[in-house]
Design a protein around this ligand. Structure first.
Ligand code: NAD
Ligand code: DAU
Length: 337
């Protein structure tokens, strides 16, 4: 793809920061990265890029019109919207920020993109918009939307708005719906980094319900590659599911992590289930494979081993997060559960 100016939102979070690094190392594009730096956003995730002239960081809120106008002041060719409140459990504790950022924030970006006449607007969505699967079958792009948490309902709302901008205004929207990501820089409230960091510190590993809920795991770099492909070749007005055919129960995940770290399985603690807990996710990625040639490159076993090693070797990164607000949240979520 020719050199473009990309507005990335939420580029200081887990997937956004991996995407910024991925794009700058493989493509000639310039990136403006607007992030509100919520509890989940961290400039440390972009360490090393301080002197990179093709990356410009702006602290700003996608749900604030003047911040959005500032972000679009550059010659924006493409928008990639990662910015979101993303943790299902927090959306159960308090949905408010999810509505503001995920729905209203997406609307402001779409409106600015329409006025600017951008070449592409990528809405980074999630397989959770499809709801929960029985033991058989997979999510295709035609699966009806049936979100079950305030988080997934807010993401489904944003998807519908984005598609309405394509249908009504021909804003060139593309939507990706990816399964669960893992890899470096994931905030340690999500399952895999929470289990790794607790195990390293010999703390109990909380598993909701019977531990048999299934998630379909993909390495974050494979997700970044899929987004880059959709930016280059994806057809406006289309949804692309993204997954790596890696279904695992939560129990399989926790025992694998304990085995890699050579820690006892007795650290596992079964706790009260998440309300409205989706039982199973599984992605059918036939469309992105056949239409765009996407093939995830990472085997889960080595990807998980490398991820565990990354957390072991980057202890200061997560130890500085697991203080203050994090400890308050952890206590609220897990104490007496
Ligand atoms: P994350 O929580 O790690 O990062 C979110 C980032 O958005 C943070 O840097 C935060 O500061 C920023 N942000 C939040 N509200 C903002 C606002 N109002 N304005 C500007 N910035 C704001 O999330 P993630 O896991 O990296 O997810 C990124 C995107 O990918 C989200 O849209 C999420 O729904 C989607 N997604 C995530 C997964 C996954 O497994 N993590 C899977 C599929 C899709
Ligand atoms: O499927 C994509 C989605 O994956 C993204 O859209 C979300 O942003 C992302 O957070 C993730 O949602 P999940 O709810 O699947 O991820 P989480 O890491 O919170 O939980 C994964 C599974 O592990 C789920 O079945 C709940 C369970 N779990 C989670 C935590 C935090 C536990 O058993 N114990 C825990 O402490």
């Amino acid at each position: 793809m020719d050199k473009m100016h990309i507005l990335v939102t939420g580029g200081c979070g887990f997937i956004g920061s991996n995407f910024v690094r991925y794009m700058l190392s493989r493509h000639p594009h310039a990136i403006t990265n607007m992030d509100k730096l919520t509890y989940a956003g961290n400039l440390e995730n972009l360490k090393g890029l301080e002197s990179e002239p093709r990356h410009r960081f702006i602290k700003g809120d996608i749900a604030n019109i003047s911040d959005v106008e500032k972000a679009f002041a550059d010659d924006t060719d493409i928008v990639v919207n990662f910015a979101a409140e993303t943790h299902v459990d927090r959306s159960i504790l308090d949905p408010d920020a999810f509505i503001g950022t995920n729905i209203y924030g997406t609307y402001l970006l779409l409106e600015a993109a329409r006025k600017k006449g951008v070449k592409k607007f990528m809405q980074v969505s999630t397989d959770e918009v499809y709801g929960s699967l029985p033991p058989a079958g997979k999510f295709t792009e035609e699966t009806p939307l049936a979100p079950n948490s305030p988080y997934s309902a807010s993401k489904a709302s944003a998807d519908l708005l984005a598609m309405a901008y394509w249908k009504t205004f021909k804003t060139p929207v593309v939507i990706t719906r990816c399964s669960n990501n893992y890899g470096p820089y994931q905030f340690p409230e999500k399952l895999i980094p929470l289990l790794i960091t607790n195990a390293v510190e010999n703390l109990e590993l909380p598993i909701y319900g019977d531990g048999l809920n299934v998630r379909d795991w993909i390495h974050v770099e494979d997700h970044c590659e899929a987004i880059a492909l959709v930016l280059e070749k994806g057809e406006p007005g289309n949804v692309y599911n993204v997954g790596a055919e890696n279904e695992r129960t939560n129990l399989e995940i926790v025992t694998s992590i304990l085995d890699i770290l050579k820690k006892p399985h007795s650290l596992i603690r079964y706790v009260k289930d998440r309300p409205g807990h989706d039982r199973r996710y599984a992605i059918d990625n036939t469309k992105i494979h056949t239409k765009l040639g996407f093939k995830p490159g990472r085997a889960f076993k080595t990807g998980l081993e490398e991820t565990v090693r990354w957390y072991v070797e980057n202890r200061t990164w997560w130890q500085s997060i697991r203080t203050g607000e994090y400890l308050k949240y952890y206590e609220k979520m897990y104490k007496d559960r």
